[in-house]
Design a protein around this ligand. Sequence first.
Ligand code: LMR
Length: 397
Amino acid sequence: LFAAVELAPRDPILGLTEQFNADTRSNKVNLGVGVYYNDEGKIPLLGAVRKAELARIEAAAARGYLPIEGIVAYNQLVQKLLLGADSPLIAEGRALTAQSLGGTGALKVGADFLKRLLPGAKVAISNPSWENHRALFEGAGFEVVNYPYYDAATHGVDFDGMLAALRSYPANTVVVLHACCHNPTGVDLTVDQWHQVVAAVKETGLVPFLDIAYQGFGDGIDADAAAVRLFADANLTFLISSSFSKSFSLYGERVGALTLVAANREESARVLSQLKRVIRTNYSNPPTHGGTVVAHVLGQPELRAEWETELAGMRDRIRDMRKALVQKLKDRGVERNFDFVLKQRGMFSYSGLTADQVDRLREEHAVYAIGTGRICVAALNSRNIDAVADGIAAVLK
Ligand code: LMR
């Protein structure tokens, strides 16, 4: 049975972490995977999360099965975070949410559901996009194409190219859009550009699938949801995958959500009933812990305020690391202008390093980055940044 099974290539992101873990050099730094580390180089356990966990242990709650779509209170709180507490879509019963296994789980359930509805449709993702987008949608049976996005020459967006591509697609093409903190480039659209994208999506009859895994890492919870809310205001039907892995530092708990916006309450009920079939035949129902913790924090004003402060702390520290990296590269006489790093948002920087330079960085300096040149700025800290700057300066010579 297995004799002819070929060895698969390593995952471009998580495979790099495997390689990093096996590296015995004590000075190694992992700027590969999108994980926030604090200045001590540790993944933080947020104070608000700790309190919610203690409350949960204290309550000694039984661990029965959750409903197929997850915790009702969690799903409602997710909708408010994405669409706004006063969203008319929520009041009208047009939004439906299923708790998912991280953002990836939300994308997968959404992809499987879309495949049933639109078996012949193509999926368009940005060029470049998160490495797993293509694999995930191809795995769900779709043909995946790229729309222009990043312009290496300007370190900005090829917006004309993007818009032209969106307009050229047949109706019902699924278009995956990074709602904030674009992964891997860190380059986002402006609100004005989002208006134009919404108009193009509407005119062309595309199916928007908004991926928001870094809400709060750009400017804040509401500001980072601006694109989601523009789509909501445009009276479109669309899908949103969201994640609390990063914003709650709950990576391993796999806490995410798939939210769909339907045309009306009755349609929403039908859609949810079908979504539940996709979930039931996949993993049955989601786990209890992470969703309970997040719902507890979001549902208690004091804990929610504490969480937002902690999230702002992570956001600010990443900004400080951007500034420090740019300065330290200048201090080392690097001629290339890295000021674009200051404008990028979220955890990542598309550094412009080539695949060869990334290889040398890893082999000669024990600094791990993704082959595309993506580095996770959120993994820099006051102890490792000099070594990282030394390494980058050396490979650029
Ligand atoms: C990343 O892009 O590094 C994160 O989203 C983690 C992952 O699952 O790839």
